[in-house]
Design a protein. Structure first.
Lengths: 156, 156
DNA sequence: TTGAATCTTGATAAAAAAGTCAAGATTATA
DNA sequence: TATAATCTTGACTTTTTTATCAAGATTCAA
């Protein structure tokens, strides 16, 4: 199970642009390329996906660049990741069993699909309330939103 | 975020072999190929990974084939998936922040890494108690082990 | 010992993903 | 209008993943 390069870079670009939302500054492809260490061509390609996904607005011309299409707290990370990298488990797979809520072990394939669905549900539960805003600020940190066991550094 | 073909096929092959554990029958590459619709060459390649990972024993010769190296309830799915597909987030990445328990939003890259780690933790929590046995039997179904919201088909 | 059935391994080929390139379109400013 | 800075798009190349192939090694049974 891996994240694609497009998910990694796409999220980084979106966060970068999001950091400038408050000051209403748009970022250009060369600027993002410099910040993130991704080639300009590749940034252009990735931003296209985010723009078509509805997360970014773009403006051409000398004063052009990219801005968020909505405020950071309105942009859900789950939606962004679905656009950038697709989903682990697609519900259309088991359309014939719309009410399915038990694992199907009749075939090995179905066992595996059920497992994928469980994992997908787990990830969805983590992401469903997470917005871009949660990935921006230094005071609002993400781990505090979840029950991640802290390392034993409370005495440091 | 996607599963690799090796994870999908590897798990299917392992489940298939596991179904014959009770009757102490070993399965050959051609048999598994027929059952799962995967080419013999590909089955051989995938089983090699599972064997090197310690989940399968193999025997050559006319009566040869593959068997589980341990009983299904001893084989943890989390270990199998780690061997077949690697991990989403590798702890070695943030070795320099061994005590890190807050999201690092100083750089976009660190925000994203923190997110990957959260997702990895979520998946681990789902998988940590799941064994191959849970994917085999028809009476032991996986969904019942977790709180997956049932569809409204209780009256059907 | 011979042959058939099996697993084992490294090399090769095909497919998919990732990244690059070049030409074009738009906008602001002088 | 002319120029410079920008985004836009489709084609191309490279890299990685996936799948196939071929030769070899092992085991059993006649």
């Amino acid at each position: 199970m891996k994240f694609s390069a497009q998910e990694e870079y796409g999220l980084r670009c979106l966060i970068r642009i999001g950091k400038y939302f408050k000051v209403k500054k748009s970022l250009t492809i060369p600027e993002i390329s410099n910040y993130e260490g991704i080639s300009q061509h590749n940034v252009g390609k990735i931003l296209r996906v985010l723009r078509l996904g509805g997360f970014l607005d773009s403006e051409r011309g000398q004063l052009g660049g990219y801005t968020l299409s909505a405020s950071p707290e309105k942009i859900r990370i789950i939606d962004v990741l679905n656009v950038l990298g697709g989903r682990l488990y697609d519900d259309s797979f088991c359309q014939s069993h719309t009410g399915m809520n038990e694992i199907c072990t009749n075939t090995t394939e179905c066992s595996v699909r059920s497992l994928w669905k469980i994992i997908q549900d787990s990830v969805d539960n983590v992401l469903v309330h997470l917005t871009l805003q949660d990935l921006l600020g230094t005071e609002d940190n993400v781990f505090s939103l979840f029950d991640v066991a802290p390392s034993n550094n409370s005495s440091n």
